[in-house]
Ligand binder design. Structure first.
Ligand code: HEM
Ligand code: MTE
Ligand code: MO
Length: 386
């Protein structure tokens, strides 16, 4: 029995594999990737701020928006990537250029760059999504890998767009030619879905994953956030707990507990002392790097008041030290912009009652426009650095 010939690129005659479709869905996907990249870079610089960069402490909700957008656009990119790959997969059956020539070499390089782009993007979306579930089933460090992949994606995307520019330009606008060619003559059984139908399906899928996940940072959509790993208003005092005191190895304090400030003068306070210092109120969100965020009302002492009390300059940089022993979250730094912002508090109270142990009792940092990882809990010492 003779086997049928293997398919070639020409075997896929549906108009849904036309470059016009790849261009339209590619535009959506590229938009999502660029938003991901820019908001991701912002998150990176918040946590690893180079000396020349001064991140402002306002708008207070900025990081909540950028990281919410990061995870939202990343999640939406998943169905868009699947659609884009489906549109172009007949290319996998294109003939390999042979014999070797300059054109063949270009073709190999072009395919190589696409292979890198697809592999890096698939991995990036996958590990990013698993991170939002706080699941790290791989042996490499998430953040470093995610960051390196981001640059690989942007580089490979640049090459891909440069190579395809003529094709992209030719298909940027809808032309009468691509409405009739190449396959309108095919029987309806093959064309089935129209291009418009495909665009609507893909846009619908992207919208659906978007609106069922964005509720983790946009409270209005909370009730339908079935895809969101977190309900941002569920937890003690109406706020989720990312890491409990038990997980962090922190226990309740005893009578010897002191809060100290190491500056030009040394300050030492009992918890009751802290309660008698001037108290202020800030309405600020916890905006976790994982994408969930929730606004809350905090009460406590302004960091800038503490700086003044110890004789430090208002524009000092401050190291925050937790009672948590070791680990990534045990310390953080408040750059001058954040330390002297009147909204930045050593918070003692949350939503009207004393901090729960899991939220950082007896004292924690809360500052505007900051990733949750830097809102250090169980703080027992501040050190003025400059
Ligand atoms: C093309 C897609 C993406 C790009 C270019 C990208 C880029 C980045 C970059 C540059 C960072 C900063 C890393 C650092 O601090 O060193 C970041 C962080 C992050 N990204 Fe993405 N990302 C993408 C997709 C995703 C997706 C799909 C998700 C989840 C659905 C996601 C979740 C996260 C999370 C949770 C962080 C915070 C990590 C941390 O600070 O612990 N990313 N991303
Ligand atoms: N000392 C310490 N502070 C910490 C953490 C931690 O594990 N240890 N987790 C951080 C993270 S990732 C977030 S999102 C916020 C969450 O604060 P919450 O648990 O009060 O909601 O606390 C931050 N502060
Ligand atoms: Mo977090």
């Amino acid at each position: 029995m003779k086997l049928p010939a293997p398919p070639t690129e020409k075997s896929f005659r549906s108009p849904l594999h036309h470059p016009r479709v790849a261009t339209v869905i590619g535009r959506w996907l590229a938009t999502a990737v660029v938003i991901c990249f820019l908001t991701g870079l912002y998150s990176h610089f918040q946590q690893h701020t180079p000396g020349w960069l001064h991140i402002p402490s306002r708008p207070a909700e900025l990081y909540r928006v950028t990281q919410g957008l990061h995870v939202l656009s990343g999640t939406i990119a998943v169905p868009l990537l699947v659609a884009k790959l489906w549109t172009v997969y007949p290319k996998l059956f294109a003939k390999l250029p042979w014999p070797p020539s300059r054109k063949a070499l270009e073709n190999v390089l072009e395919r190589g760059s696409i292979l890198v782009l697809v592999a890096a993007m698939a991995l990036e979306l996958f590990i990013g999504f698993l991170n939002t579930l706080q699941w790290y089933p791989w042996p490499f460090p998430f953040k470093e890998t995610h960051y390196a992949l981001a640059w690989i994606i942007v580089g490979a995307l640049f090459v891909h767009l440069a190579v395809k520019l003529p094709l992209i330009r030719a298909n940027w606008r809808r032309t009468s030619a691509d409405r009739t060619a190449p396959a309108e003559s095919l029987p309806p059984a093959i064309t089935g879905l129209t291009r418009r139908g495909l665009f609507r399906t893909v846009a619908g899928a992207a919208t659906l994953v978007g609106i069922t996940s964005v509720g983790q940072s946009a409270p209005a959509l909370g009730p339908i956030a079935v895809l969101a790993p977190r309900k941002p208003n569920v937890g003690p005092q109406g706020l989720p707990v990312n890491r409990t005191a038990e997980a962090a190895g922190v226990t309740a304090i005893d009578a010897d507990w002191r809060f100290t400030v190491k500056g030009p003068q040394q300050l030492s306070y009992t918890l009751d002392d802290l309660r008698t210092l001037p108290q202020n109120r800030s309405d600020l969100p916890i905006a976790c790097v994982e994408g969930w965020s929730q606004g809350a009302r905090w009460e406590g002492i302004r960091i800038r008041d503490l700086l003044q009390l110890c004789g430090a300059r208002a524009d000092s940089r401050v190291r925050v030290v937790s009672m948590e022993k070791g680990g990534f979250y045990a310390t953080s730094e408040l750059p001058p912009e954040f330390a002297h912002d009147p909204l930045t508090l050593l918070a003692l109270r949350l939503n009207g009652t004393e901090l729960a142990l899991d939220h950082g009792f007896p004292a924690r940092i809360i500052a505007p426009n900051r990733p949750g990882v830097l809102q250090t809990k169980w703080v027992h010492r501040l050190e003025v650095i400059t």
